[in-house]
Ligand binder design. Structure first.
Ligand SMILES: *[C@@H]1O[C@H](CO)[C@@H](O)[C@H](O)[C@H]1NC(C)=O
Ligand SMILES: *[C@@H]1O[C@H](CO)[C@@H](O)[C@H](O)[C@H]1NC(C)=O
Ligand SMILES: *[C@@H]1O[C@H](CO)[C@@H](O)[C@H](O)[C@H]1NC(C)=O
Ligand SMILES: *[C@@H]1O[C@H](CO)[C@@H](O)[C@H](O)[C@H]1NC(C)=O
Ligand SMILES: *[C@@H]1O[C@H](CO)[C@@H](O)[C@H](O)[C@H]1NC(C)=O
Ligand SMILES: *[C@@H]1O[C@H](CO)[C@@H](O)[C@H](O)[C@H]1NC(C)=O
Ligand SMILES: *[C@@H]1O[C@H](CO)[C@@H](O)[C@H](O)[C@H]1NC(C)=O
Ligand SMILES: *[C@@H]1O[C@H](CO)[C@@H](O)[C@H](O)[C@H]1NC(C)=O
Length: 812
């Protein structure tokens, strides 16, 4: 070789292919940080030689490193037929970042363009972590190892596990795979055939997650109809023993992904089982056998493939391999079978007409659909929030004898899961015959009044509405209301999360006429107070309408009633009334009109009716929440104890008198004064002094007579500590003027104030009990209505709740 020719090579620096005799001679300079391996698998024949300092060394594989320029010769004319070139670069990641990215460029290997080349990046993450290669710029798709890519660039990913090398997969450019994470160590390579120039490109490398699998491949499925094929690692060989692989699918909005496992070969397992596990972020995971039908999924999800501990000892044990196909479609077809609908008709409508969602019935496009017969529906690009699915049924009865016998089950129907949106409400419209009643009971226990702002523990809420849209009430399952009777047409709707519930939500029965517009049968429980709202709450009751609660009070118990948030109207005609009457008694125990001062608390010791009726309001409205609390009937006990004490006292006095008389007879000159014990703490002397006269000092009251009812029913008028009402969501103490504090204000103006105004509890916690004010405008009939009327008092002083004061002062 001449020296002039050699200097020309130096001038050109990089590449010159010479054709000296039949030898191939190249000058190769590997890039910094890369090694270049020129090798052949053929042991005999062509060799690769280096020429350095005039000496020539020939081998079957040559390793070139680190930016050193080397002259390479091959001792045959077509070395590219037997030699291949591998360019290797290492990338190391710390816990935060990686030393380099994958930069796809020919540079150092360009003189070897006519050889098949493989560019390999060995990647290493810090312990337990994965490294992540981002392919979003091009996207990859998986092929089987014997296939070829159209652009003749084929990519491979390997995971280097303690158990050995795992071929995660072979990929071509352009596809749904957007990233790969490999646990701890692995490699990424691109192969190009001889003569094919490597396309420039770059893949971002970063620190990945702490994955619990050998690799996690992320796919971003495109919008519209598409399908992606994936192969198990080492395909068609076996998935590694007792190992795990993950795929994460990002499914476009409004679309569902269908998973199929194809060409499945299952290993013989020694321990554990093969399994596919599906999980959505934050959702529960569900495991399936590989032979099960795989699900249709909505939203992003992870698919984990798990191999067992295989038994490879037996000959012919195939190992685990499979082909995974994930397809998406934005069009959903759904058959609705009306026989599963419990007699309901199904309504599907678009919530916003601007959405992309398209509904079709038998290929005709619609804005809303009512399904009454078996139908085939098609949904295109419909998200759950794009659609509202409701069900309705009208239950009409013309003759009571036709329908009073069997109750109608009001159950939530089971709808096909292919509907893109869940059922949001079911409404039954109940039309009883004239002069009859709808009776509603809950088979799953009683109902509970659900006040605005409260939520049901169960996922659904029951609302009862009259024909004109007024709400009778909203209810949750599991409460104290056993039965609701409504003397008119009523619609019952359930809304919330409605899985097809096995037991019916309610039973509806048509019954004969009732005396009130609404009757609720209530059986309060000992542990929790029952809150009962007047129909329509928080709005007022309908004009002239009546409601009755039949409250069952168990033996040896008594019910405490409190009227919370009472709002009274100014009546144009008739009066509102709140009445309490014990069941089976003729007389009323309590009765108040809108123009009378209500009690804050009443105690009733037997089962009773709580009846309310509205007037024709001129202004304002009639509404109230009654809070019923059960307690042991201490009053009855106290009555007994106190009567025993009283009898003992009488006996004691008699004895004392006898003793006195005897003493007087014996010692006529001595005179005595005897003091009597008074539980109120005031001692007084018998005789001419009599009882103290100031009511302020002494809370005793006198009665002309005590009615029988008084023994058990005490109308307590004491001011209560605010804490008593702490059960309500937010209690706002009454800060306004308290009538009881200003007994001198003109009565007319007080009556006016009270009317047509919401009255939160007027609570006084002073020592002196508030004195109720009775407007002078009352006619005498009304005054007579008040059952506990004290005599011998002025109007101002009259107390409405003059039961025997059996409770100790300040107690409750
Ligand atoms: C070079 O490549 C050959 C064939 O692939 C291989 O046997 C050899 O180990 C490689 N040499 C190095 C140092 O990687
Ligand atoms: C790989 O794919 C090709 C083409 O689709 C097919 O002919 C071949 O059978 C596949 N090989 C395996 C092992 O599945
Ligand atoms: C299943 O395997 C057969 C033969 O192994 C192959 O021809 C076929 O292409 C495979 N199917 C898929 C979907 O890869
Ligand atoms: C799925 O993942 C993509 C990308 O992270 C995200 O934009 C999309 O909101 C996710 N979809 C759902 C339903 O969470
Ligand atoms: C919900 O259930 C819990 C536990 O069973 C109970 O303590 C709570 O009072 C319930 N709340 C309602 C609103 O029913
Ligand atoms: C109940 O509904 C039926 C049918 O709409 C109607 O004829 C009837 O008058 C309604 N009854 C009441 C009490 O509103
Ligand atoms: C209260 O209503 C019931 C029906 O629930 C009725 O039987 C009773 O007579 C009514 N009592 C009063 C005092 O209105
Ligand atoms: C009663 O009324 C007050 C004030 O209007 C309100 O804050 C409170 O929530 C009401 N209580 C109930 C049980 O509705």
């Amino acid at each position: 070789m001449s020296s002039s020719r050699a200097s020309l090579y130096v001038l050109l620096l990089t590449v010159i292919v010479s054709t000296v005799s039949e030898l191939q001679m190249k000058t190769v300079t590997p890039d910094r940080g890369t090694t270049l391996n020129i090798s052949t698998t053929q042991v005999k024949g062509c060799k690769v030689c280096t020429v350095a300092g005039g000496s020539r060394k020939c081998t079957t594989s040559l390793l070139l490193k680190d930016n050193k320029r080397v002259q390479v010769e091959f001792d045959c004319s077509r070395p590219q037929d037997v030699f291949s070139v591998e360019v290797v670069q290492n990338i190391e990641c710390t816990t935060k970042s990686c030393s380099s990215h994958i930069i796809q460029a020919e540079s150092g290997s360009l003189p070897l363009l006519d050889f098949a080349r493989r560019f390999t990046w060995n990647l290493k993450a810090s312990a337990l972590k994965a490294f992540k290669i981002d392919f979003t710029s091009v996207g990859l798709r998986q092929i089987n190892a014997s296939e070829r890519c159209p652009d003749r660039h084929s990519y491979t990913i390997h995971a280097l596990q303690s158990s050995g090398d795992v071929a995660v997969g072979t990929y071509c450019r352009t596809g749904p795979i957007s990233s790969a994470q490999i646990l701890n160590r692995g490699s990424f390579a691109v192969e190009v055939p001889a003569g094919q120039k490597l396309q420039n490109g770059q893949f971002h490398v970063s620190v990945g997650e702490e994955i619990k699998s050998l690799a996690k491949i992320t796919l971003t499925l495109p919008k519209g109809t598409s399908s992606a094929e994936l192969l198990s690692p080492n395909y068609p060989g076996s998935f590694p023993d007792d190992d795990v692989m993950e795929w994460y699918f990002q499914v476009p909005d409004k679309q569902k992904a269908t998973v199929e496992l194809l060409n499945l070969t299952q290993p013989l397992c020694r321990k554990k089982d093969t399994e596919v596990v599906y999980q959505s972020r934050g959702g529960p995971s569900s495991g399936l056998r590989l032979t099960d039908t795989q699900p249709q999924r909505e939203g992003n999800f992870t698919l984990t493939l798990r191999n067992c501990e295989m038994d490879r000892s037996r000959a012919g044990s195939p190992g685990l391999s499979l082909n995974l196909r994930v397809s998406t479609s934005s069009q959903v077809s759904c058959k609705v079978d009306v026989s599963k609908m419990e007699g309901l008709s199904l309504h599907i409508e678009k919530r916003r007409s601007a959405s992309d969602c398209e509904l079709r019935v038998n290929s005709a496009s619609r804005e809303r659909i009512t399904v009454t017969s078996n139908s085939e529906l098609t949904f295109q690009d419909c998200l759950p929030e794009d659609l509202q699915v409701t069900a309705t049924r009208v239950i009409e009865c013309r003759q009571l004898k036709d329908c009073s016998k069997t109750p109608v089950r009001l159950s939530v129907p089971l709808l096909p899961p292919c509907l893109p949106a869940p059922l949001s409400s079911v409404t039954w419209t109940l039309r009883p015959p004239e002069h009859s009643t709808v009776e509603l009971t809950s088979p799953a226990g009683n109902l509970k009044q659900c006040l605005p702002g409260q939520r049901c523990n169960d996922s659904f809420i029951i609302k009862m509405t009259e024909d004109d849209g007024t709400t009778v009430g909203r209810f949750c399952p599991h409460g104290v209301i056993q039965k609701v009777q409504i003397h008119t047409n009523v619609s019952v709707s359930v809304s919330g999360t409605l899985g097809g519930k096995a037991p019916p939500v309610l039973y509806a029965r048509m019954k004969g006429e009732i005396t009130e517009r609404y009757i609720f049968s209530v059986s309060p429980k000992r542990d929790a107070p029952a809150l009962l709202a007047s129909p329509g709450w928080p709005e007022g009751m309908k004009s002239y309408s009546t409601v009755s609660w039949i409250v069952t009070v168990p033996q040896k118990m008594e019910a405490r009633l409190m009227f919370a948030n009472l709002s009274q109207p100014k009546c144009g005609n008739r009066h509102t009334n709140i009445r309490v009457q014990r069941v089976g008694r003729l007389e009323e125990d309590y009765s108040r009109r809108e123009d009378e001062m209500p009690e804050e608390e009443i105690t009733v010791s037997e089962s009773f009716y709580l009846n309310m009726s509205n007037c024709m309001p001129e202004r304002g409205e009639f509404s109230v929440i009654t809070k019923i609390t059960l307690q042991k009937s201490i009053n009855r006990l106290l009555t007994i104890i106190l009567s025993v004490v009283a009898s003992l006292l009488v006996i004691f006095i008699i004895v004392l008198v006898v003793v006195c008389v005897v003493i007087r007879k014996k010692k006529k000159k001595l005179s005595h004064q005897v003091s009597i014990y008074n539980p109120n703490g005031t001692s007084f002397l018998p005789g001419q002094n009599g009882f103290p006269e100031t009511r302020e000092d002494n809370d005793e009251h006198e009665y002309a007579s005590i009615e029988d009812t008084l023994v058990y029913t005490h109308l307590l008028r004491k001011g209560k500590e605010i804490g008593v009402y702490g059960d309500f969501d937010t209690y706002q103490p009454f800060t306004g003027r308290m009538d009881s504090q200003k007994p001198l204000v003109s009565k007319d103006s007080i009556a006016d104030d009270r009317q047509a105004s919401k009255q939160p509890f007027a609570i006084s916690s002073q020592q002196a009990p508030p004195l109720p004010i009775r407007p002078l405008s009352h006619d005498q009939q009304l005054v007579d209505n008040v059952i506990y009327q004290a005599e011998g008092q002025s109007e101002e002083e009259r107390s409405p709740s003059l039961g025997p004061r059996l409770e100790p002062e300040g107690g409750n």
